[in-house]
Design a protein around this ligand. Structure first.
Ligand code: HEC
Length: 205
């Protein structure tokens, strides 16, 4: 569990800026970010670029996660257009490897070896396999996901894309953009798709 907490903290760092109230602009925001930058020291791969906002963070942070719907739709489409799909066209891998990744919160700390694979940390926010009793509830339960939603090409593409970039479907999603930020590669995302959709996965038993 402690490993999960380590990555959860890191994943949460970019969202520290989102805890600054939406109306707090200009000088106040700059002051708050200066305090954060002062408190977090760069070390190894754990650099302060993790505090940087991109355009999506900027609009979500400044609107209290409720950007105008028309703008959110356009930006979601931009995020979706960036998703890179596997060249072999296969979106499902090995659910057993997916379960290990979902369990692991290891990676991206200064003392971790840089490079993939890092953990997916999924249980921190989701119920998934019924065997794991320790899970967070920030996200919805994914237990029986494939049983309930099916295993069609369309649903496989949705799950692959959602893991690659959750903000492509919900602009101010709290779920990390695993593929986009390079936390999970093609193989890892395929294995997680299998964890959720493979009829043999304990998720769907
Ligand atoms: C920091 C919390 C967090 C983490 C970590 C996280 N998620 Fe999520 N996830 C969410 C939230 C919140 C939602 C629902 C809101 C949304 O769609 O963005 C969600 C939604 C989803 C959905 C869509 C569910 C649906 O009904 O369509 C899938 C699939 C999913 N997550 C898979 C994963 C997988 C796989 C992992 C691990 C690689 C993961 N999530 C890690 C927070 C998280």
């Amino acid at each position: 569990m402690s490993k999960k907490i380590i990555l959860a903290t890191l994943v949460a760092v970019p969202f520290l800026t989102s805890t600054i109230p939406a109306h707090a602009d200009g000088a106040y925001r700059a002051k708050a970010i200066a305090v954060i930058k002062n408190d977090f020291q760069p070390r190894g791969q754990a650099d302060l670029d993790r505090l940087a906002e991109d355009g999506v963070h900027a609009i979500c942070n400044r609107t209290g996660n409720t950007p105008p719907e028309g703008i959110a739709k356009v930006l979601e489409a931009d995020q979706l257009a960036e998703v890179k799909y596997p060249a072999d066209g296969k979106l499902m891998g090995d659910w057993k490897a997916g379960e290990k990744l979902a369990q692991s919160g290891r990676g991206f700390t200064w003392s971790d070896k840089p490079g993939l694979p890092v953990g997916g940390n999924c249980y921190n926010c989701h119920q998934i396999s019924p065997k794991e009793k320790s899970f967070g509830t920030i996200g919805p339960s994914l237990y029986q996901f494939g049983k309930l939603r099916g295993n069609t090409a369309e649903i496989q593409k949705y799950v692959y894309s959602k893991i690659y970039n959750a903000k492509a479907f919900n602009l101010c999603s709290e779920m990390p953009r695993f593929g986009r930020v390079g936390a999970l590669g093609e193989k890892q995302i395929k294995d997680l798709v299998a964890l959720l959709l493979d009829p043999e996965s304990p998720v769907n038993k």
